[in-house]
Design a protein around this ligand. Sequence first.
Ligand SMILES: [Zn+2]
Length: 247
Amino acid sequence: MAQEAREAGSRRSRATVVIPSDVQRALLQDAWSRSKIEACGLLRGEIDERGSWRLAAVHPLPNIAHSSAYFEFAPEDVLQLELSYPGQIIGVYHSHPWGPRGASRTDRETMRRVNGEEGIPWIWLILCGPFTDEALPLLLEAAAGGDRAAEAECANWLGRRLLAYYHDPGKGLGQIEVVLQAQSEAGGTGGQRSAGVDGGKKGGRRSAGEQGARGSLKRGSIWQIPGRSATLREKSREAGSEANRQH
Ligand SMILES: [Zn+2]
């Protein structure tokens, strides 16, 4: 097991996280629209053979703590996405509206536990605020409309504020290089434009996914209280108040 983790680690040594432009905009949009609290959600996509994370969509989730200092998912929200997109949830994002810049102690502890101990290869994105730039909504709108200069400016804006982390089981916590992909570069990866901002209705996959989704529950179980895994499905709301608290 440790050996496997080390091999996976070395394979991942040059891994990056690749974020197409529509996903960049979705991240910025969410951080902006919830600028007074920590915006948070899950990241959907795939992990390629080099261990790089290739994002296809963001799924904003309610921060049920409504806090500017930490975020908390409702476990049933996490579970529902896992069921809808089995094997496609590959990370978590959240914002730090007023800082601190970079991962907090709680963030690091969560990364160590999930990546290191539980072996779940999720990427962690942190968007560092403040998100008070009045020009941003217009910029996002222009970029969504195909304005390449606005798209580049959005990438610029995000590039200065986005950090990515992964706790390698063999090497410990490290920052991961972020690749902000322009729309024109995303063509070869297929359909990313339409997949960017989640509407929760990506058709086809959902019904097929739910059939076999129980097997993936363990991957989503990081939000559970240790020793209470059996109750996650039935009593997720109850567990959520204690288990999902992070900074
Ligand atoms: Zn944090």
